[in-house]
Design a protein around this ligand. Structure first.
Ligand code: HEM
Length: 232
């Protein structure tokens, strides 16, 4: 008789993380309906949804490095969820801007994008998030094929940089908070660059080695173990 192991991550941790990801929205709604926002509630809502977009982007970018460094393979099961939450908060952020801030005055919005560079880069980052959200489903992944899907989803790096620059340009004076995000995103991207260089060097090194004997067409267990191929 085979005994199936209980899937803690899928049954307990995933629903808990999902619920936790909705807490910032619930807190915002609570504060709004209980008159606990400042004299400028629209700015409060824009700022809260903006900062949570950036936080979820950072969490998504941190999953692969954390998984590799701490050897916690199950962490990758959260990447899609955190990425979709980044899009969810970005959509709320954008909706607050076009609806509550600009009242769907399209001309005013176009002028804003053209005149204020922090709006332009925020807008560009949001546009880049859309194809990632649309292809976050298993079917889309199958349809695109693993290689193309991975290449498309590397846009997350650009969106992370765009989000940080948007924050820096928006803040102007007190740069302490955006600097923290810039450093974290910088470290997460540099780690990937480091692994990419290590992987490229490993391949060029392996290419110089003697080719495998015909009886050894697939790499041995020890070879595949030492192969540093990484999912960046
Ligand atoms: C990936 C996309 C985006 C990210 C990560 C992001 C992030 C942020 C962050 C972190 C803030 C500052 C929060 C704070 O000071 O606590 C902010 C503010 C702001 N964002 Fe975005 N944003 C994005 C897209 C957009 C878009 C598309 C627009 C509009 C077209 C926009 C408009 C604004 C505005 C107007 C503010 C300032 C609100 C105020 O001071 O009243 N953002 N955003």
């Amino acid at each position: 008789m085979t005994t199936q192991r209980f899937d803690w991550v899928g049954t307990i941790v995933k629903p808990a993380v999902f619920t936790a990801a909705l807490v910032p929205l619930a807190a915002l709604a609570w504060n709004f309906f209980h008159d606990r926002l400042s004299a400028n509630p629209i700015a409060d809502i824009t700022n809260a949804t903006g900062i949570w977009t950036l936080r979820f982007l950072v969490i998504t970018l941190a999953i692969t490095p954390a998984r590799k460094l701490a050897k916690l393979s199950w962490l990758s099961r959260f990447r899609r969820m955190t990425g979709v939450f980044a899009f969810f908060y970005a959509a709320l952020h954008f909706t607050t801007y076009i609806w509550l801030d600009k009242f769907f005055e399209w001309q005013e919005m176009f002028d804003d994008v053209a005149k204020r560079k922090f709006i332009a880069i925020g807008f560009a980052s949001f546009v880049l998030l859309i194809p990632l959200a649309l292809t976050s489903f298993n079917k889309a992944q199958k349809w695109l094929g693993g290689k193309r899907w991975n290449a498309l989803h590397r846009l997350t790096y650009l969106i992370g940089i765009g989000g940080v620059v948007h924050f820096i340009w928006r803040v102007k004076a007190d740069l302490r908070e955006p600097t923290i995000y810039a450093v974290v995103v910088g470290v997460l991207l540099l780690l990937r660059l480091w692994w990419l260089i290590a992987q490229t060097r490993w391949f060029s090194h392996a290419g110089q080695r003697k080719p495998l004997q015909s009886s050894q067409t697939s790499p041995s267990a020890s070879q595949s173990f030492s192969n540093p191929v990484v999912r960046l």
